[in-house]
Design a protein around this ligand. Structure first.
Ligand code: RB5
Length: 149
């Protein structure tokens, strides 16, 4: 993982406002928020936004990614099609911490129609404050990576 303190953010039309709130939140925490939109509320298609954010992480341009849609599920599925991406949907802080500690997740997905703003920001904090534990978990993450080839 490239430790450049840059986090890419994207969403579909459903989650623009929460995405921008999260971008401001992480910027206040000292991260560089790379918000790649969209910025206008027309209906759009979550796969292209998930893939675009995932490419920024996979290329090393951004250290981590945060993506959102109505449920968080569709955009997560798209992001996980990009080689090198491990993205989980979180609706609670325990999962947000564990996907970093055990799964070395490099992207977080949130559903704007599932959690409110306060919970979403706590999820983001839990994700960003956790560290991958390596050891036996590294072996398992490597097993996931091997499936990509
Ligand atoms: C858009 O209405 C909705 O389908 C999308 O935001 C997301 O929930 C898909 O997984």
């Amino acid at each position: 993982m490239t430790a450049n303190k840059r986090i890419v953010l994207s969403s579909d039309h459903a989650a623009i406002e929460l995405r921008q709130t999260i971008a401001n939140h992480i910027a206040a925490l000292g991260w560089e928020a790379v918000d790649i939109g969209p910025t206008t509320p027309e209906s759009t298609h979550y796969p292209k936004h998930g893939a675009a954010a995932a490419q920024r992480v996979a290329s090393g341009d951004c250290q981590l990614g945060i993506i959102l849609c109505g449920t968080g599920q569709g955009i997560m599925m798209a992001a996980n099609k990009v080689k090198g991406i491990r993205c989980g949907v979180c609706t609670d802080t325990f999962s947000a911490r564990m996907i970093r500690q055990h799964n070395d997740a490099n992207m977080l997905s949130i559903g704007v129609r599932v959690v409110g703003e306060g919970v979403a920001l706590d999820i983001v904090d839990a994700f960003l404050n956790a560290q991958f534990e390596g050891d036996r978990h590294a072996l398992r993450v490597d097993m996931i990576t091997e499936m990509e080839d």
